[in-house]
Each structure stands twice: as structure tokens, then as C-alpha cells.
Design a protein around this ligand. Sequence first.
Ligand code: T1G
Ligand code: NAD
Length: 697
Amino acid sequence: MDKVSYEVVDSIGVITVNNPPVNALSHAVRVGIQDAIRAAQDDASKAVLIICEGRTFIAGADISEFGKPPREPYFPDLFNEIEASEKLMIAAIHGTALGGGFELTLACHYRIALESAKVGLPEIKLGLFPGAGGTQRVPRLAGVPAALDLMGSGNPIAVSQAVDLGLVDKIVSEDLRDSAIAYAKQLLADDAPLRRASELDVEPVEDSLFDDYRTQFSKRARGQIAPLKMLEAIQAATTMSFADGQAKERELFVELMHGPQSTALRHVFFAERLAARISGFPRDVVDRPIESVGIIGGGTMGGGIAMSFANAGFQVTLLEIDEEALARGLSIVDKNYAGSVKRGKLSEEKAAACRGRIDGVTDYEELAGADLVIEAVFEDPELKKDIFKRLDEACKPGAILATNTSYQDVDAIAAATNRPEDCLGMHFFSPAHIMKLLEVVRGDKTADDVLSTVMALGKKIRKVPVMSRVCYGFIGNRMLGPYFREAQLCLIEGGIPEGVDAALYDFGMAMGPISVGDLAGLDVGYKARQVLAEDQRGDPRAYRVPDALVEAGRLGQKSGAGFYRYDPETRRKSFDPEVMEIIEREADALGIERLPIDADEIVDRLIFSLVNEGFRVLEEGIAQRPSDIDVVYVYGYGFPAWRGGPMYYADAVGLDRVLERIKEFRDRFGEENWSPAPMLEKLVATNTTIAEWAASK
Ligand code: T1G
Ligand code: NAD
């Protein structure tokens, strides 16, 4: 099947792209478009239309071709040829015209779109920027600020907004193909000019505008170079001719394309999509219909989970233990919606519509008809088992029963029912209406259609679903154990909270480990340790300080003080000498001589302990593949996407270097915390990267 076809309809040349699933601008498509344009120049057509089959207009360059030797026609040359056409070139847009797809339309002389369509330049999310003329044409058509906003955020905009910006000329509600042919004929009848964006001038702006955006990007995209290179390319549009500006764009773009950050971000792009697949899964699994959802427990998590489903159009029933708790839970939901409206994330109408889909109840009978029920009560395994027993009695046959537990044994909870095949874990992350990660925990008896249904549902509620098998803490929280252990050890051995946090923050983590502890609440870990016997609590050096803080009433942000003191108004954190006294006292009590510890060592100890545990998670089959671990950490734990995730990062550093460093830590700190994972040793011994191992599976 040709990916590009061409015919003349009623004197209009119609170029149709058909390259499922998203009409990516692959080499074959570029050749097809070039051939068609050249044919059109010499045939009877009076104007030429570019339109796409399938669910969307061209959603960009074919990302799977990146990193391979580029093949002609190159994007800028093809788009310049489109623009140079002596016949009117019109783009007809539906779905999402993104990246190189949108840049192609900007090389056309006119653009028509379905009202439901969106356009955008998401390259920044791949560690790139528009490299096919976008940084030169958008400023000429829509101005510099619009260009900086569109390319800086990478988020698509509705075509109605694009019309306001001068990036789309006409919107129709239906029959795009016929409407576009009629539009082309109207332009001909009106003797419309060959409007070439490259010939337009850029409206001048103050240099200070670029300084403001540079500061903004440095904050918002901390550690990333693409936004600053993008800014440089747009600035070139204000000082250079189109041709020189385009050459500058290409030079900066190619540099990024071959750089480590974009390569890592492209890994995350495909890893996210691969995570949705269950290896070796039967193809004929039929998902169960899900329309109504029940949530048990309206606390920190229950409320956010309810909003995620309501925002995606599902009817939600939130059950709490009593009316008072229910009112408290629903008021949190109302506050969150008011906050989303205030921040402009949701319109007043949309927020009201979503809120309207959430009902509050205290009676289990109200859940009899639910297709799915998610339990999010206190992290107490016995309480959870009781609730699953009650759900087993109350819910209809075929209803899916899920637990949002952070650590507990999903199989043991499922065994409290007579239908363990209908049970699994759905582990959301806080705040649940914002965080994208969803760990889907497959129990021993979880039925295939239950797992498949929930994996697909994860996408529907705009989460990134990753499958985990059952173990204490699943993929993410399990690996977090050694990471937090090392954070506490670095602290008691000689670090200070600000120093440990700064090391990981500068590495690119969204937040340092000490601050994360204060955010989650130091009492959560303390309570979990209190139910364990002393010899089951692990290395005392790793918990004596947080225990001492909790016993001093310092629970973290929720009590105004933890490792830091928090301003009650601004919640801004500050250093607190009282904490250093506690750290030094506990170090003394444990006979530890505190010595300076540098940032590189802190980073290596925390990240390599994470990676080492990641190998164990793979060895035990808890995670299907290494890239799933990367997706879990990028979307659930603030690991910098531009480093690709912990397992990808280990490959980038070199597994031999990682192993060498782990062995060094073993020799210094002991086998108990630092015995290298057998899989790591095997890969180094066979000189195999994680990526090669994964590809061999
Ligand atoms: N290249 C190759 N494959 C792509 C692709 C692309 N651009 N976009 C999607 N796919 C695959 C994806 O891997 C998946 O495959 C299937 O299509 C469905 O995608 C010169 C350099 C369009 C909004 O960044 O944002 O142009 O897993 O599951 O949720 O300046 O895909 O089924 O095998 O995501 O409906 C810029 C990337 C490129 C857009 C649809 N473009 N794509 O979302 O489906 S850089 C982008 C998306 C560029 C120029 C530069 C989304 C989507 P599989 P999906 P979806
Ligand atoms: P929370 O204390 O904020 O809320 C728990 C809610 O459950 C309370 O409102 C309580 O009234 C309600 N509840 C208790 N017993 C009940 C019963 N018998 N019937 C109905 N409702 C009952 O706790 P949370 O932070 O929302 O955590 C809930 C679950 O989610 C826990 O298993 C926790 O481990 C898990 N989790 C928490 C986080 C987090 O960051 N807080 C993240 C992921 C998962």
C-alpha cells in the first residue's frame, strides 16, 4: 500500500497521506509527497491540497528514524519546495498536526482545519525543538512570544486559538476533504496570493523578552539544554534572513538530535508505549466494560482517584466510613477542583461537570452495580482484607476489585474473597489526580481479562500504566527502600539535609530525598517500623534520626517541621539547627565519626542502590522489562526524563563502572547493603548492556 497517493479532483490536486497509526513523516512519506508535488507542478491542477487518512494529520517526524543516517528529501528542503510551489498549497488538518506535521502545514500557503483538531510543536518533550523551519516560520506568522510559548511548553493548542494566532486560516465542522477542495477553489476564485511565511518579516521584540524566557525555561526545564537552544534558534529569526536562520536552526537541531538528553527522552517516549503491553499475553482477551467506579476511603488518595475517573467521564461513587468522614473527603475534592479552576487547568463548567459525576455514600449496597471498586483506606492489611470480604458480598459478579495499597500483599488481600481472579492492585501516586503513573499489580490469580481491562483503563484516565508482580512495595516503593536508606546513611555519616537534597536535586531529581520524606510524612515510616521487631527494622543508622524527629513531634510538612522547618504561610522550608543537634546526638550514640561526604558520592550511593535493586526486581520478574522501571521512576518518582530513568542511566554510565562503584561501596560499607545483583554481574561479565539484554528477550 502506497503511503502517499495523488489525484486531481475537480481541478484540485489532492495529495493523501496514509501511514497508520499517526501518519508519521517517515522517509517513504517524504518521498511520496515530493513526487506528488512535482507531478502537480506540471499537471492540470490549479491548486494542491495535502490531507491525511486515518485518525490524525501528520503527528510529526517518524521518531523511530531518529539517530539513523538522515535520508533525502530532508525536512527543510521538502518544506521549502512546498512553499516555493507556483500553485497554491493548502493543508487540511484533522486530529493532531504535531511537530514536523505542523511545520509542513506552515510551509503551505493556507491552512484549513476541522474544529476538533489541535496543532502543536512537542519536540521539546523529546529534547529537541522544531527542526524543519518551525523556529523561523512561526515567529513570522504568529510573533516571537507565541513561538516561545508554543515551542517552550510543547503542548498542543485548539485550532480556534491557532486562528487567533494567525497559524490557521479556516475552520470547518465536518467533511474536511470536500470543504478543503471548496476552500481551494474559493481561494482561486478570490485570486489569493502565494502567501509564503518565509517572506514575512518578524515583528521586532526587546532582547529582554529572551532573557525572561531564558530564566523561565531554566527553572521549568531544569538541567535541559533543548529549551535554550530553541530560544537561540528563534532569536536567529529576529536577526537573520530566513535562509540563514534556517541554517542556524539546523545546526542547533542536529547537535541536540545526537546528544544524550534527546536520546534519553526518545527512550522514555517509546518505553511509555511499550509499558502498556503485557509480554506473551493472549491476543484474544476481551476487556470487561467499565462505566461506573466505586472508591472506598476518601482520604488523600481516594479523593484524587475519584477525580481521575470523573475527569475522564466515569460515574464515581465514593464510600467513606461515616457521614463526617465523607463530608471531609468531598470537601478535599471540592478544594482540588477549585484549585484547578483557579490555576486555569479546568474551566468552571468542566469542573462542575466532573464534580457532578462523584456521589458520596456510606452504604456498601450503593456499590452493588459498580463495574470496578478501588479500595484506598488506611495501610492496614487486616482492614483491607475485611473490606474485600464486604465487597465480595456486596458487588455484582464480574466486578473488578482493586486495592491502592502501597506495599501490602495483594494476593493475601485477594484471598479474603471468593473471587481472587477478579482482584488486583491499582497503585496510584500522590496527588492521584495529577501524578501520571499507575502501577497495575498482577496477583497470582488475577484473570487475563481483568489485567487487560485495567491496563487499557489506565490510558483512558490519562495515566501511564505499568504492570508489576506482587512483592513488598512492587517496583517503585521496593526500589525506593535502598535509595532512602542511603540518604539517611549519608546524612548520619557526615551530610546535612540541604547537602543530601542538593546533590540529588542537581542530578535532576524533582525533589531531594530528605524533602520527599518530609512531604510524605515521617510518621508513615515510623508507624510501619513500630509494628516490626527491632531486628526486622534493618540498619538502625538508617532510621534512628527520622525516629528521633518523630518522637520530637517533627512529622514533616504536615506538622510544620521535620528535617526542615516550614513557614506556615508560604510552606517555604528552612534550615533548622535543632535537627543537626539530633543528627549529631544519634551519630554519637551509634559511635559514628561524622566526616565530610561529597555530592558525587551521595548521588552514586543513592542512584546505584536504586539500580542494584532494579536488577533484583528484573531477576525476580516483578517488572517485565528494564524500560518499565524507567517509566515508573520518571512518572512516579521525579527521576529526570532527560536521563532516561535509572536503568537507562546505568547503561549510559556503563554497567562495568556501576558494578565497580557498587563493589567499592560493598568493601567500605558491607555486603548487607551492597551485594551486587547477580544479573548486573552477569551482564558485565558478558559485556552486555541492559538494552541489548532487553532486546534479546
Ligand atoms: N513517530 C513514530 N511513531 C509514533 C509517533 C512518531 N512521531 N507518534 C506516535 N507513534 C506511534 C507510537 O509509538 C504508538 O506505537 C502509536 O504510534 C500510537 O501512539 C522535524 C523532529 C500523536 C498524540 O512528538 O504525541 O517532528 O506503541 O500510543 O495516545 O521538527 O503519539 O502502537 O507501536 O501515543 O493516541 C514530533 C508524538 C516528532 C508526537 C497520539 N511529534 N506522538 O497519541 O497514541 S519530532 C511528536 C504523540 C518532529 C520535526 C521534529 C502521540 C499522539 P505503538 P500513541 P495516542
Ligand atoms: P488517608 O489516611 O488519607 O485516608 C484513608 C481514608 O480511609 C480515611 O478518610 C478514612 O476515613 C477511610 N477509611 C478508613 N477505614 C475505612 C472503612 N472501613 N471504610 C471506608 N473508609 C475507611 O490515607 P491515604 O494516604 O489516602 O492512603 C490510602 C491508601 O493508599 C493506603 O493503603 C496507602 O498506603 C495508599 N497510598 C498512599 C499514598 C500517599 O502518598 N498517601 C500513595 C499511594 C498509595
